[in-house]
Structure formats: structure tokens, C-alpha cells
Design a protein around this ligand. Structure first.
Ligand SMILES: [Zn+2]
Ligand SMILES: [Zn+2]
Length: 356
């Protein structure tokens, strides 16, 4: 324990809205109970962090940003030690919720990820843009030696979220999965879909993400530039992806929406086949659909939230096995202003990650 300092450097948000974090020196938290102290190797900057900065979530300020940690276990609380699932020196990734209540209906009967009383690191309590941070022992998942911290960190939010949504789609090999939006989630999702044996369509209206996914080893079977191709023409292209003798409906079996623009919503609904499934993981301020997509196509719309430790474990294993990667740009803590401001730059692709 002697090598753990008393103070650490961390990026804190003091007020919202704000343009940047403040680089502060704060006490290193202590591992007690079920908590594990990790020395952060990498922490991702997520779209949700930008929303926190804009003031979309109230409370908890000042707080340390980021909810996407990967690092090395350096200390364990007594109960965490007793759990025996991780030990000092282990490389781990951890999930976003830090304090679930353990008492509500979802904690006892359902899935704790829906806990209504949970505090979220980087959102309403301290997150992971610091040299050290606490996580719940049960939210820790080991990272294989072959995976770097900067590749593991985005899997704890973007990766596990899109993986869980894909699993929710309940597809069989050869089925057609469309992913609308090829940012951090979508660019991982198209690779996962291919790894799982589906026919995959990637859709975006920006040239950079489109070029990026085309360059993947697990590139989508079809990439649609929605600024140039209509939904109707997209359906014609999807028909060509079907196996010979296919007798089903035209369009994608399932479409996952990861993009915010309202225009992408009707496009996604229209290219989904009759009796198909539309899954929402984006968090746009409003949804604007046309009734005809739902009534005449008999579409089902469902939301999908993040994932639990089982989902994260499967996400990490799948990404490791198939060498599924995020496009990451690394920043040191002294480059934090650049890390935040570059998010808004035109032509940007992939994910900004803070590394220590
Ligand atoms: Zn996130
Ligand atoms: Zn709860």
C-alpha cells in the first residue's frame, strides 16, 4: 500500500455548462467494503460526458469526469477481498454504475443496471479521469494481456452498450442487421455483427466514419451514405444480401439506432423489414417517427441500456477473439483541453481517450 500516494491529479467539472475540465489535485480515495481501487491506465471520453459538461444531468458537482475505466487493481476493501474475484495487480475494466442500492425491485428481481437509486461515476459522482478511482468489485471484468487499456476503456460503455443491443436483437446467423450511426458505438457494432455471423449494414451521412468502417477487417457487407442514398434504394441493396431462395420480407431484420439526428430515425424505420425490430441506443432529445412505419410495417421499437458484468465479459472476449478495435486518439492529462475541444472538430472519427 505504500506506493499509493495521498494525492492524485484529476480532471474535475466544477460547474455546468462548462467548456473544459479543471486539472485539480485531490485525495486518492480509499478502498473500503466492496470497493476496489484501480490505478487508471486509460479512461474514455464519451458523448455522455459532453452532455454532463453541457449541464444535461444535474447534481454532484464538482466531480471527476469519465465513466469508462480500465486499469490495474492496487487495493481492495475487505468484502472485495473476500469476494476473491480480482486481486492486486489484475488488469481490469469496470462498468459505469458505482453505487447501486441493492434493495430496489431491479436490484433484487431484475437487472441492477436499471437501479433507480444508482449513482453514476462521471455523471453524478466521481468518475475515472484521475490517476486512481474506486469501482465495485462485482463490476470489474479482467482484461486479457493482448488488450491494451485504451482499447479496453471504450468497451465499458460504447462497446458493452452496442453488444447488449445486438444480443437483444436475437438474430440468427445470416440475418440482416443494420446499424445507423457509425460513431464510437456503431463502428464497434458493425465489427461485432460480422464476428457473430450476421449480414451487416452500416449507415451514416458523414464521409469519415464511412471510410473508417470500410477499412475494417470486419467491414460491413453494405455501407450506406444516407446523404446520397434514399431509404428505398437502400432496401433494394439489402435484398441483394439475402441468401438464395430467401422468402422473407424486404429490408433489415433489425436496425439499431445509435445516431441522434431526427432524419436518421425515419430512415432507420423505413429500411427495417415488416414485423422487424428497431432498437434505440442513441439519446436524442426527441423521437420523430411516422405512424405508417409502425402500423403498416408492424415494427417494434425498444430501448436498450448499457449492460451488466456478464455482457461486459462477453464484449471483451468477443473483441479480443476477433481483434475488434476502436479508433482511439490518446491524450495525456496535460492535453485535456485539446481532448475535449477536438470532439467538436469537423472530420473527426473514433474516440478520445485519456491515458496515464
Ligand atoms: Zn458512455
Ligand atoms: Zn437498486
Amino acid at each position: 500500500m505504500t506506493d499509493i500516494p495521498r494525492l492524485m491529479r484529476a480532471l474535475r467539472l466544477h460547474r455546468a455548462p462548462a467548456d473544459h475540465y479543471t486539472l485539480d489535485e485531490v485525495p486518492v480515495p480509499e478502498a473500503e467494503g466492496t470497493k476496489v481501487l484501480i490505478k487508471i491506465g486509460a479512461a474514455g471520453l464519451c458523448h455522455t460526458d459532453m452532455m454532463v459538461m453541457e449541464g444535461s444531468f444535474g447534481g454532484g458537482l464538482p466531480l471527476i469526469g469519465s465513466h469508462e475505466p480500465a486499469g490495474t487493481v492496487v487495493a481492495l476493501g475487505e468484502e472485495a477481498e473476500r469476494a476473491g474475484t480480482v486481486k492486486k495487480g489484475d488488469r481490469v475494466a469496470a462498468l459505469l454504475p458505482k453505487d447501486v442500492c441493492g434493495e430496489c425491485s431491479d436490484c433484487t428481481l431484475g437487472d441492477w443496471k436499471y437501479c433507480a437509486n444508482s449513482k453514476y461515476g462521471g455523471i453524478n459522482t466521481d468518475g475515472f479521469f484521475g490517476e486512481y478511482a474506486l469501482v465495485e468489485v462485482k463490476h470489474c471484468v479482467p482484461i486479457p494481456e493482448t488488450m491494451s487499456f485504451e482499447q479496453a476503456a471504450p468497451l465499458t460503455c460504447a462497446g458493452v452498450t452496442i453488444y447488449t443491443a445486438i444480443r437483444r436483437a436475437n438474430l440468427r446467423e445470416g440475418d440482416v442487421l443494420a446499424i445507423s450511426g457509425l460513431g464510437a458505438l456503431g463502428s464497434l457494432g458493425v465489427q461485432m455483427g460480422k464476428a457473430l455471423g450476421y449480414k451487416v449494414i452500416g449507415i451514416d451521412a458523414r464521409p469519415e466514419p464511412i471510410e473508417l468502417v470500410k477499412s475494417f477487417k470486419l467491414a460491413p457487407d453494405l455501407v450506406i451514405d444516407a446523404s446520397k442514398t434514399s431509404a428505398k434504394d437502400t432496401i433494394k441493396e439489402i435484398v441483394k444480401l439475402r441468401a438464395e431462395g430467401y422468402k422473407g420480407w424486404d429490408g433489415a431484420d433489425v436496425t439499431i439506432l445509435t445516431a441522434d439526428p431526427v432524419s436518421s430515425q425515419t430512415f432507420a424505420a423505413t429500411i427495417t423489414r415488416r414485423h422487424g425490430h428497431l432498437i434505440l441506443v442513441a439519446q436524442p432529445p426527441e423521437l420523430k417517427f411516422e405512424f405508417k412505419n409502425f402500423i403498416f410495417q408492424d415494427l417494434t421499437l425498444s430501448g436498450s441500456l448499457h449492460g451488466n458484468e456478464k455482457d461486459l465479459k462477453e464484449t471483451i472476449e468477443l473483441c479480443d477473439k476477433f481483434d475488434i478495435r476502436s479508433e482511439v486518439a490518446k491524450f495525456t492529462i496535460d492535453q485535456h483541453e485539446r481532448m475535449v475541444s477536438s470532439v467538436h472538430e469537423k472530420g473527426r472519427k473514433g474516440k478520445n481517450v485519456l491515458v496515464f
